[in-house]
Every structure is written in structure tokens, then in C-alpha cells.
Write a protein that binds this ligand. Sequence first.
Ligand code: FE
Length: 205
Amino acid sequence: MTDHSDHSHLSDTELRVRSLESLLVDKGMVDPAALDALIQTYEEKVGPQNGARVVARAWSDPKYKVWLLRDATAAIADMGYTGRQGEHMYVVENTPGTHNLVVCTLCSCYPWPVLGLPPTWYKSAPYRSRAVMDPRGVLAEFGTEVGEDVAIRVWDSTAELRYLVLPQQPDGTEGMGAEELAVLVTRNSMIGVEVVPAPMPEVSK
Ligand code: FE
């Protein structure tokens, strides 16, 4: 089998990435083991499940919530989530009267340690401009209805400061523990384009 047919299942972008990687490794500029470790970290250890645990702890521990809203960087670091693109964190709380939405109008600044890498739409020009000009329209496209009496605050992330939305805890989850609650929290709810839905009631047989 030729090299070409061997790679025929790869997209153009994947082929370019592969070529670049082998070039950098050949030139001794990149250690393949270090690269693998970095990729594995973002695939398995760093992702929205981290942010979900932060949110769930805030929901179930009022003292933690106060700390999180006052000094998010320290409160999040207390959960072990630190590192690049999360050095300065600020948590904004959704309430019955306020819905928060996070964007980076300039590029794609995003809190990596708690949410992982940003989704493609977050980096897109339409989201970056429309989140500011027409936040209600953007929310509607995500299927999120926010009442006219609810104020929408849009937070523009920068290289210096990254935002995380603390969504409202859904009704009917008051007695749940942090681990159970964390499963309910979605990535999009922590960006602010969605709310956390109430869990489906168990169907009795
Ligand atoms: Fe940015």
C-alpha cells in the first residue's frame, strides 16, 4: 500500500497537521512524547467536566459559592484546576433577574482549565459580533428563551480575564449531592448560551 492510500481517510487539515508535526519532530523542535502528553491532557483531563464540578460545588456549598464569586481564581484552584488561559478567572452568577453570556469579541479567549478548548462556534465571527449586538437572538438560536424582564449581561473575555457563568440550579435538584449535580451541568450553560435543564423524571414501570 502506498503512503497516499494509507492516508486517504484523512482530511486536508489532518494531513497538514501531520506533515507539520513530522517536520517539527525531524528538526528536533518538538518532542513527540511531550506533544502526546499535551494532547492527552486536553482530551482526557481538561474539559467542561472540570467547570461542572466547580458549579456543582457552588450549588451544594453556600460558603464555596461566596468564595467563588469573590475570588474565582483561588476557589477554582482549590479544586485543582489551574494553568494556561485560566490564570485570572471571574465567575458571573445567573439569577432570576440576570442572565450572563460570555464571548470574546476580539478572538477566542476562553477559560481552558475549566472548559477545555473552545467550540468552533465560539470562535466564529458571527457569534463574536452578534453576542454583543443581539444577545437575545443568539440565545434564541440555542433554544434559550430568556424572559423580557430578565436583564442580559454580556462579558467580553480578554487575555487577562476569563469568565465562567454560574448557571441557576434547576428546580427539583435541591437534595442532590455535588457529584450528581455535576453530571447535569453542560458546557454551554457555563458559557451562558443555555440554561441547565431540570433532570428528566424517572419513568416508573
Ligand atoms: Fe480572545
